[in-house]
Design a protein around this ligand. Structure first.
Ligand SMILES: Cc1ncc(COP(=O)(O)O)c(C=O)c1O
Length: 439
């Protein structure tokens, strides 16, 4: 921090304050994590200076002798992690990665099935305010009203009726396992592509805590910054061959007249279809994070994320808090605040928890009776606290604080008491031991 301290103390000051906030608080937003110092160093490296439009060994700029092997290493490690045939590590983030898959496989207005945003899907899975819902025809599927679970029979019937060209599986706020194999079988029955968006759970899959959607899924997208614990960014993994080439893409040929592979369609959609130069510094950091995820201790990490989420879910339910679906199988928990008299008060609870040093996000619950801006739930997750080394006993302390705040979200004394407990807890789990940026 020596240079930035002198050249731009304003921004340096904000970086230090953010570090303090992260150190002293408990981070429960399920899409966030704390990367290692090695990942931070790769992000801050001189690869940020380089332009590398194209792909390894096929670039439009000179000076690629170090970028090429770096990107190839990132690709090889990602293939190993997920058992994928082909990987493109260039997408800038999760939304552009999904956009690239639409661009590669669908024509404007084509029909697809996506998980409703209010019940657990992502904006890019067909929300009417997003490119996916505006440019394509989305038929949403939803959870069952009683069980709050995805029902594969209902999704199958919908797919047979609607004949979509693509079905998206994947979650943003659904606390249960997704049956990727069942989604693929439906896709094969109705001649649809299957896009599995594993952004939230890719760390669980890499660490073996959840099953991989490979080898059977056509295309997989994932962010690299959530449970996978890499830099902000994304990648697309896919099969080489296009199972639906004859039906949908028979006009797409390579220069030698052979059928374009699925991997070629995806690569062309990322560059030059949607993006220019890849962010080489980010891709270097992805490679570093993938190497970390290939180590045996990442398996323990992934298992512990799930154990911590289960422990926290049990502790919360034990204190009278209602969870959507009655628990969790993954890293996230969705609290329904309605039984606590807090319909539409997710924002109030989010802010009260923030004051107590616990960061969560307000979230809709299935069949939300209020609005996305004033929803009736909050979403929590355990990837970041698990990175800090916290285990089941620490989840108890956090769950007890959350329950107290939910029961008295406007009581400043209660909030101050929880904040004290959280400060004492986080002191025992330093985020970046020996980090010298506060100097
Ligand atoms: C399932 C899923 N897909 C895609 C994204 C988009 O990622 P990004 O915010 O990097 O664009 C998210 C982000 O929350 C997500 O949860």
């Amino acid at each position: 921090m020596n240079d930035i301290n002198t050249s731009d103390p304003e921004i340096a000051g904000l970086i230090k304050k953010e570090l303090q906030r992260e150190e002293q608080g408990v981070e429960l937003i399920p899409s966030e994590n704390n990367v290692t110092k090695a990942v931070l160093q790769a992000m801050g490296s001189i690869f940020t200076n380089k332009y590398s439009e194209g792909y390894p060994r096929k670039r439009y700029y000179g000076g690629q002798e170090f970028v090429d092997p770096m990107e190839e290493i990132a690709i090889d490690r990602a293939k190993k992690l997920f058992g994928a045939e082909h990987v493109n590590v260039q997408p800038y983030s999760g939304s552009p990665a999904n956009q690239a898959v639409f661009f590669a496989l669908l024509n404007l207005k084509d029909k697809f099935l996506g998980f409703d945003l209010t019940s657990g899907g992502h904006l890019t899975h067909g929300s009417p305010v997003n490119f996916s819902g505006k440019n394509y025809t989305c038929v949403p599927y939803d959870v069952d009203k009683e069980t709050e679970l995805l029902d594969m029979d209902i999704i199958k019937k919908l797919a047979i009726k609607e004949k979509p060209k693509m079905i998206i599986s994947g979650l943003t706020a659904y606390p249960r396992k997704i049956d990727f194999k069942a989604f693929q079988e439906i896709c094969e029955e109705v001649d649809a592509y299957h896009l599995a968006d594993i952004s939230h759970i890719s760390g669980l899959i890499a660490g073996g805590a959840h099953a991989s959607p490979f080898p059977f899924t056509d295309v997989v997208t994932t962010t690299t910054h959530k449970s996978l614990r890499g830099p902000r960014g994304a990648m697309i993994l896919c099969k080489e061959e296009d199972r639906l080439h004859e039906k949908y893409h028979s006009d797409k040929k390579t220069k030698d007249g052979s059928a374009k592979k699925l991997s070629q369609l995806i690569d062309a959609a990322v560059f030059p279809g949607l993006q220019g130069g890849p962010h080489d510094h980010t891709n270097a950091a992805k490679a570093v994070a993938f190497k970390e995820a290939l180590q045996p201790d990442f398996k323990d990490y992934a298992q512990q994320i799930v154990k911590n989420a289960k422990a926290m879910a049990d502790d919360l339910m034990g204190q009278g808090i209602r969870l959507v679906t009655g628990g969790t199988d993954n890293h996230l928990i969705l609290i329904d605040l309605q039984p606590n008299g807090l319909m539409g008060k997710g924002k109030l609870v989010q802010n009260a928890l923030d004051e107590a040093g616990i960061t969560v996000n307000k979230n809709t619950v299935p069949y939300e009776p209020s609005s996305p801006f004033n929803p009736s739930g909050v979403r929590l997750g355990t990837p970041a606290v698990t990175t800090r080394g916290m285990k089941e006993s620490e989840m108890k302390v956090i769950a007890s604080g959350i329950a107290k705040v939910i029961k008295s979200p406007e009581d400043k004394l209660v909030i101050a008491g929880v904040k004290k407990d959280i400060l004492a807890l986080t002191k025992e789990f330093p985020l970046y031991p020996g980090f010298d940026i506060l100097k």
